[in-house]
Design a protein around this ligand. Structure first.
Ligand SMILES: Nc1ncnc2c1ncn2[C@@H]1O[C@H](COP(=O)(O)OP(=O)(O)OP(=O)(O)O)[C@@H](O)[C@H]1O
Length: 245
């Protein structure tokens, strides 16, 4: 469903992404991991249609991406909530921008805030919430538009380990429930292994993909506590460090 074809993105003369190719199948969850500065966010912006490539193209469901898509939900770094709007209004923003009626927005926002366990906070402002709650609102906003693709840039990096794991579990639930295609950017090896059905390791410096690892255990919340999980973490870590596992 997502087909990235010979993508080149450059700032000035520097090629950040250099003939990058990748595919993500429908209802696949793909984790992209790599060291700081390798171009992960640059790639996510491309997938979101927020910036045009210098060369190459991204084809989604057979159509070349030229702009943002209505059916792509995006969660950028630091939640992206508007501090002057309440939880309720933040959660409904994606629907509002897409022109949905107030009645439809109210129904959907109520359902999703309840589902994500933050309905009680609906009248509060983002600064009055914990990081985990803020992230739930960002997820609510992205999910409310019924996306077929969900793009996330380091969504849980600022959270403590337990909150992060509970939100990772939530993502697995939403993935199954809503048949999402997910692309997740992360620095965190455990997160990539838990949330990546396909784990893409980016090259540290040349703007390409170093290795793709398929993860047959993806999708089971219990996976985190298995030896297969730890083995896969070791494999990803070794690849990133450039040594054999
Ligand atoms: N607007 C810009 N102008 C010039 N260079 C940029 C711009 N945005 C990003 N870069 C450079 O492109 C490279 C890749 O940046 P990018 O943010 O995609 O990396 P990243 O892998 O997401 O890093 P991090 O994990 O630290 O977020 C970096 O060297 C960065 O300095």
């Amino acid at each position: 469903m997502i087909d990235v074809h010979n993508l080149v993105v450059q700032y000035g003369q520097t090629k950040i992404l250099n003939n990058l190719n990748m595919q993500v199948k429908r209802n696949e969850s793909c984790a992209i991991i790599g060291p700081s500065g390798c171009g992960k966010t640059t790639l996510l912006y491309q997938l979101a249609g927020l910036r045009k490539p210098n060369e190459g193209k991204i084809i989604i469901n057979g159509t070349t991406l030229t702009d943002i898509r209505d059916k792509t939900g995006v969660i950028l770094q630091n939640y992206g909530l508007l501090p002057w709007k309440t939880v309720w209004d933040n959660a409904g923003l994606g629907l509002k921008l897409r022109g949905f009626s107030k009645n439809h927005r109210d129904n959907v926002v109520k359902m999703i805030l309840t589902e994500l366990n933050v309905y009680q906070q609906r009248r509060q402002y983002p600064t009055q919430l914990s990081g985990g709650q803020q992230q739930r609102i960002a997820i609510a906003r992205a999910i409310s538009i019924e996306p077929d693709i969900l793009l996330m840039d380091e969504p849980f990096s600022a959270l403590d380990a337990i909150t992060r794991e509970s939100l990772q579990d939530l993502m697995i639930k939403l993935y199954h429930q809503k048949q999402l295609t997910i692309v997740l950017i992360t620095h965190n090896i455990e997160e990539a292994v838990f949330l990546g059905e396909k784990i893409i390791i980016m090259h540290p410096s040349n703007g390409t993909i170093k290795k793709i690892i398929d993860n047959p255990h993806f999708g089971d919340k219990a996976f985190r506590n298995t030896t297969d999980f730890h083995k896969l973490c070791v494999e990803v870590r070794s690849e990133m460090a450039g040594r054999p596992s």
